[in-house]
Write a protein that binds this ligand. Structure first.
Ligand SMILES: Nc1ncnc2c1ncn2[C@@H]1O[C@H](COP(=O)(O)OP(=O)(O)O)[C@@H](O)[C@H]1O
Ligand SMILES: [Mg+2]
Length: 218
């Protein structure tokens, strides 16, 4: 089987300032990798390039053997799910509708089973009672958990999570990390988690460190 996600010689510049200086990274099926690095080291940029939200200035990103630059949005959405640092909830949809919307973007029709799965996932992140609220009626931590449920809901085989535990306390942070790890085990998904939260690293399979736009050798 081809590699879920592979970065080769990836560089990225904002204007003429280069912030990723040649990143090579391979994600394996069923494995959770933590990407550790201080603020400003390039974690968010690396995830955005890996998921096709930004184009690398040079180098290549491939998902299951295909260059992401050549894939249509719905095909990328079927393969790669994001938990964005800035959040990704649409303000005028309820929490439940925000989950369903992810499947729509990926080109699926919503079935009764899809609705049941949305309810299950919202239960898993302790939001069952708030599934009909809008994002601005939730706390920061609740919004973050809704974003986690949203990404898991896509069922995509590659999951990229940017600081998914940043606004959560220790217990809820570990619960989210455990959900992501279970997702990897149960669906053979590859999960990459950018974090500087070291409280739950026992739940990941590998760690890679980034400093000033360069991955350190493992
Ligand atoms: N949109 C942008 N325009 C210009 N510079 C940016 C932009 N986003 C990030 N940077 C710079 O790129 C570097 C890496 O940032 P980022 O990827 O956000 O790191 P991290 O997520 O590890 O904090 C930092 O120096 C940051 O200031
Ligand atoms: Mg960041």
């Amino acid at each position: 089987m081809s590699t879920p996600l592979e970065l080769r010689g990836v560089r990225h510049s904002y204007g003429d300032v280069e912030v990723l200086h040649g990143v090579d990274l391979v994600l394996k099926p069923g494995e959770v990798t933590a990407l550790l690095g201080p603020s400003g080291s390039g974690k968010t940029t690396l995830l955005a390039v890996a998921g096709g939200l930004l184009r690398p200035t040079s180098g290549h990103v491939s998902v299951f053997g295909e260059d992401i630059a050549g894939l249509r949005l719905d095909r990328v959405a079927r393969r790669v799910a994001f938990i964005l640092q800035a959040g990704s909830l649409i303000p005028y949809l309820t929490v439940e509708e925000n989950l369903l919307a992810r499947r729509v973007v990926a080109g699926y029709k919503i079935t009764r089973a899809d609705r049941a799965r949305a309810a299950d996932l919202l239960g898993a992140v302790d939001l069952a009672a708030k599934s009909h609220r809008h994002p601005d009626e939730l706390s920061g931590g609740e919004r973050q958990r809704a974003c986690v449920a949203q990404a898991l809901y896509t069922g995509a085989p590659v999951l990229l999570a940017d600081e998914p535990t940043a606004s959560l306390d220790r217990v809820r942070g570990r619960a989210v990390m455990r959900l992501l790890a279970d997702h990897a085990r149960n669906t053979s998904a590859s999960v990459l988690i950018a974090t500087h939260d070291e409280r739950a690293l026992d739940l990941v399979d590998r760690t890679r460190s980034i400093e000033d736009g360069r991955l350190l050798t493992p």
